[in-house]
Write a protein that binds this ligand. Sequence first.
Ligand code: ZN
Ligand code: ZN
Length: 371
Amino acid sequence: MANGSKRDYYEVLGVNRNASETEIKKAYRRKALQFHPDKNPGNKEAEENFKELSEAYAVLSDGQKRATYDQFGHAGLGGGGFSEGFGFGGSPFEDIFGDIFGDIFGGGAARRGRGRRGDDLRYNLTISFEEAAFGLETKVQIPRHHPCEACAGTGAKKGTSPKTCPTCRGAGQVRYQQGFFSLTRPCPDCAGEGRVIEDPCPECRGTGRVRSKKSISLKIPAGVETGNRLKLSGEGEAGTHGGPPGDLYVVISVKDHPLFQREGQEVICEIPVSFPQAALGCDLEVPTLEGKVKLKVPAGTQSGKVLKLAGKGIPNLQGYGRGDQLVVIRVETPTRLTSRQKELLEEFAQEGGDTHPMGKSFFDKVKEIFG
Ligand SMILES: [Zn+2]
Ligand SMILES: [Zn+2]
């Protein structure tokens, strides 16, 4: 990396901005193996890469330093310069371009004469089983950057304005020779923005944005499931130096319910019934998402039998109809019998008759096969 400018630490490690500690550690190990001086004797570039990598890891593996860096970039760490790096973002075309040619160009494709797009943000929202079923409206506080008012997002002190970068003359990229190839890479002195700030705005330290919490209203539709993502376009981080904002993704996670399970649009509820109830039939009060309803259990109901409560399930996320509730009957074998109850059951067993047809047919088959 050339003179004075620094690459974005996340980019150096090749991880995204919300990477976990483990991901950061993994990425560091992988790249450290690649660039380690012992593996690349006499290779200046590998040595530089290794230094850069160690520095990025020292910051991103330290929670406090990482937070400072996230907020203020390299400037916040006293490293000088106001480069925000040339991370990801920009138009989809540039993202694809950057992905494919990233290795050759040493980073994302250069962007000329404009600010960098803000990062996408992820917000994890945990909701109850019922809220997932019926939807909810809520407000969340999203900590994020927004354009600095003092400098109108330019990063230049009030009354001054950013100057055309002398290194690249505003092009945002510089050419260099690699073997037979003449390649371009983002300009190291302006991080590909084509402009430099000589007199940074004191409010935002030249980044053009400041951090605060924003209250955002969310409308979660009925029928969402764990893992569903809601995209709020333009509600992510502000761009730097007037670049467009990123998007906000709200990722849903639904809490377990003590009585219900969910399978797609169906609500499943297991209900224990006693052996006499199952044998004689009964009326049950069954819990549903909207309170209790009556359900007739016919005489002779076997354990595992599924009874359906039509339209008592989860509404379709796209608004087409609603699933059913499935009631699974679990016949509970009586335990802790009194001696009188034992007597009654023995008497019941001695009575004989065709009370257990399933058992009878099973043992008839066993006899057929094994004699
Ligand atoms: Zn400012
Ligand atoms: Zn430049």
